[in-house]
Design a protein around this ligand. Structure first.
Ligand code: HEC
Length: 389
């Protein structure tokens, strides 16, 4: 084994377990979240079907969210132990050196500098990523809990916060996933496959490149003088109760938040039988002047066949005239203009109501102008009888 291949311990077991917890919860959150953000995507539909429906996807999402937060609580408790009891250095805090390192690393990558910077236990890229996880935890945690408890949230905050939280939650998720795929993947898997979170170690060569300063410290064996057991137990006596109380408070806060509200977002199964869908007669964007009010259905229609002049013209004017008149294209203002038709030609086929474009256009009920059923009957009768003036 050459000197370069020598393995140097980097992450203890606790850190590696933490990383696995983070890996599992983050990945599950990302998958079950993105399929909800992009529900119509083919991949999303496949995943949702595979998992057994959106309701199950939501439950899995929430379980992984709780796992993520519990891991965060543990992380902070352990951090407290290392900082207070063991008096370890806070190696994650960014400083001016990180800015300098970033500039030097960039110029080294561009070939403008021979050597890369010598970096400590956590280099600037790792610190940025760590802070991004903390930021993500806060953002996703807050907006996630708002979406989880929308009724409670609206007791404190205005209602607009719910859709705003939804947008923020979804977009922050996209950002986080992209950051992991681009930044994290590049740094630990593409640049060089980094096993330290699995095996716990890095080779000397990797350490030299990314943590040169730490390597120097390790090799000068600048190991801290062991703390005397008396001091240690004194610190533990202070640390444990505080950590226990804080953990209990946070964990019960989390428990309360995830259980106390029957959320308003239960998925309702679609109706078996769809009723008549309300189609509001909103004008399409084309008309510039407001369409004239359309009076209600005429209850009395004269018996017997009608002509354009004895009533058909009036019906067209009433139901279609507000749009089909002044705007060019089809005009129902006179018998002649109606028979001339619209942009794609004649709209009335005399003698054949079933094939008249004007009626076909209305057939699906979606066109903004519609005839009443009894009016339609008269118009069909009129067209079939030859659509006379
Ligand atoms: C609120 C406005 C509005 C009303 C009311 C309305 N339409 Fe239209 N209609 C449009 C617009 C906009 C278009 C063009 C876009 C399209 O084809 O959907 C159109 C297009 C059409 C066309 C196709 C014209 C062509 O150039 O080929 C027909 C036929 C038609 N309408 C029939 C009717 C009939 C019959 C009525 C009355 C029952 C009616 N419309 C009422 C807005 C309206």
């Amino acid at each position: 084994m050459t000197e370069y291949q020598k393995e140097i311990m980097r992450f203890d077991k606790i850190r590696r377990i933490e990383h696995w917890l983070l890996f599992i919860s983050f990945t599950t959150l990302a998958i079950t979240g993105l399929v909800q953000k992009y529900p119509n995507n083919a991949v999303s539909l496949g995943v949702v079907t595979l998992l057994g429906g959106v309701q199950i996807v939501r439950i899995i999402h929430r379980i992984s969210a709780v796992m993520f937060v519990l891991e965060a609580i543990f992380h902070f408790a352990y951090m407290g132990y290392q900082l207070y009891v063991q008096r370890k250095k806070a190696t994650m805090i960014p400083g001016v050196k990180d800015v300098v390192d970033a500039v030097q690393a960039t110029s080294h990558n561009l070939g403008l500098r021979k050597d890369g910077p010598k970096m400590g236990r956590y280099n600037f890229a790792e610190k940025a990523e760590y802070l991004a996880v903390i930021w993500g935890l806060v953002m996703m945690g807050l907006t996630g809990l708002m979406l989880w408890n929308p009724i409670f949230t609206t007791k404190i905050l205005p209602g607009q916060f719910i859709p705003a939280a939804k947008v923020a939650h979804g977009l922050e998720a996209v950002l986080a996933v992209l950051a992991i795929l681009l930044w994290h993947f590049y740094h630990v898997h593409i640049k060089r496959w980094n096993w330290s979170m699995v095996k716990g170690t890095l080779t000397r060569e990797e350490m030299e490149e990314e943590h040169g300063l730490e390597l120097e410290e390790i090799e000068k064996s600048e190991v801290a003088v062991p703390i005397s057991p008396v001091v240690l137990s004194k610190r533990k006596k202070i640390f444990y109760p505080i950590a226990a109380i804080l953990t209990i408070v946070l964990a019960s806060g989390l428990y309360a938040f995830v259980t106390f509200e029957e959320t308003a977002i239960t998925t309702i199964p679609p109706l078996e039988e769809q009723g008549t869908i309300f189609v509001p007669q909103t004008p399409t964007p084309l008309p510039t002047k407001a369409p004239t009010a359309t009076p209600g259905p005429q209850t009395e229609l004269p018996a017997g066949p009608l002509t354009w002049e004895t009533g058909i013209g009036a019906m067209f004017e009433q139901r279609c005239g507000s749009c089909h008149g002044a705007m060019g294209g089809l005009s129902v203002k006179s018998y002649e203009t109606l028979m001339k038709g619209g942009k794609s030609g004649a709209v009335i086929t005399a003698g054949d109501a079933a094939n008249s474009p004007a009626l076909l256009k209305l057939a699906d009920g979606k066109h903004p102008g519609q005839f009443e059923p009894d009016e339609l009957e008269k118009i069909i009768e009129w067209i079939n009888a030859g659509a006379t003036k």
